[in-house]
Structures are given as C-alpha cells and as structure tokens.
Design a protein around this ligand. Structure first.
Ligand SMILES: [Zn+2]
Length: 207
C-alpha cells in the first residue's frame, strides 16, 4: 500500500493533490479551493468553478482555504471567502483542508462546522494544538516535524486518529516522515500507514 500524503502540490506525488487555482481536475485524488492568496474581487465567479470541481468523485476535500495574517488581502474578505467554502463543504459533505497563518483564534470560531476540519502544515505550539484538538480539529504535519522536537512532542501526544502527514510544497520523502512519526509515537510503521488510510476513510464518511 502507498503512503498517504495528505496534502501536496505536485501531480507526480501520490496522495491528495491540491489543485492550483482553477486548474483542470486530474483523475487522481485531489482537493480544490480558493487559497487566501488567490482571492480577488472576482472570487465569486472563481468559486462557481471551484464548486463544480469539488463535486467530482475524486475530490476528497474542499481546500486548501483559510485565513492568512501575513498577506495583504483584506481580512473581512478572507473571512467571507472562507465561510462560503465551509458552507459549501457542509452542503456537499466533504472535509475542509485549512491553511492558517497567524489566525488560530479566528479559526477556532469555525469549530461548529458539520464536516471534519483539518489544519494542514501544523507548526505551532502545543497549547494551540490542544485547543484545536479539544474542539475536534484534525492536524496534519509536514517537513517541520522531521526536525522540531516541540512538534514531535505534540505528535507523541496527539490521538493517532486525529493525525495526518503531508509533504506540501517540500521535496522530501514522505516515507522519511512516516519513519520519524512511527518512532516518535512508538507504533509500527505498518500500523501507522494503515491508520492514515483509516483516518482518511473516517473524515470522508463523517461529513
Ligand atoms: Zn499547501
């Protein structure tokens, strides 16, 4: 069985491929959404396109979408576009892959969503991880977890059924990350592999 790479941007990789903005859909698993950096005044027409793509059977999740405190796009507009995508995801019952930069307290307000919410590329403190986990979010970890002892501590304590692993934009082997996480969590490599697919099954049928 392949390793599940929960979120990545290169079609040659396996796992969930995140479409570039308005890119044509592939015949492999993918996610589609409006990234905060791609928000323009025309976002509503972009969103109509995104909606069509997300209805495809290979579309696993809506996203990545979310809130980013480091870009110049107006905050209110970011909220509006994110909320629209969340509501759509609830309507089509698909999970949401969330991009969040410096907006974790706002993201927590969306905890009542009726579909699973996954923070991708989690790279923050344990207190934030706990707050998110307590209200039902899933966390996906990437390259930073290979080196960061504080992320490894979070991974050690996170319930294994709330965890995902991803390469995102980085060029490194997802297998190395699986090896690291299996060691940190004291589980076998095979169990971890199976668990990640089971987690994917759970978020797909939980909606
Ligand atoms: Zn990404």
């Amino acid at each position: 069985m392949d390793f599940l790479d929960f979120h990545h941007h290169k079609q040659i990789k396996k796992g969930i491929y995140n479409l570039n903005h308005l890119e044509a859909i592939p015949d492999t698993m993918f996610s589609a959404g409006i990234h905060p950096k791609d928000i323009t005044q025309n976002w509503k027409s972009d969103f109509e396109e995104i909606k069509k793509k997300t209805l495809d059977k290979n579309c696993i999740a809506v996203g990545e979408c979310g809130l980013d405190g480091l870009i110049t796009v107006d905050e209110k507009l970011q909220n509006e576009v994110f909320q629209a995508q969340l509501s759509w995801a609830e309507e089509i019952r698909k999970p949401v892959i969330i991009h969040c930069v410096r907006r974790f307290s706002q993201i927590l307000h969306f905890k009542k969503a009726k579909i699973p919410l996954i923070i991708h590329g989690f790279n923050k403190k344990e207190t934030i991880a706990k707050e998110l986990l307590n209200v039902g979010f899933y966390l996906s970890f990437g390259r930073a977890a290979m080196e960061s002892l504080s992320l490894q501590k979070i991974i050690r304590n996170i319930p294994i059924d709330r965890l995902f692993l991803e390469t995102d934009n980085s060029d490194f082997s997802i297998q190395d990350l699986y090896e690291k996480v299996a060691e940190v969590k004291s589980v076998s490599f095979e169990n971890l592999k199976n668990q990640m697919w089971e987690n994917l099954g759970n978020i797909r049928h939980n909606g």
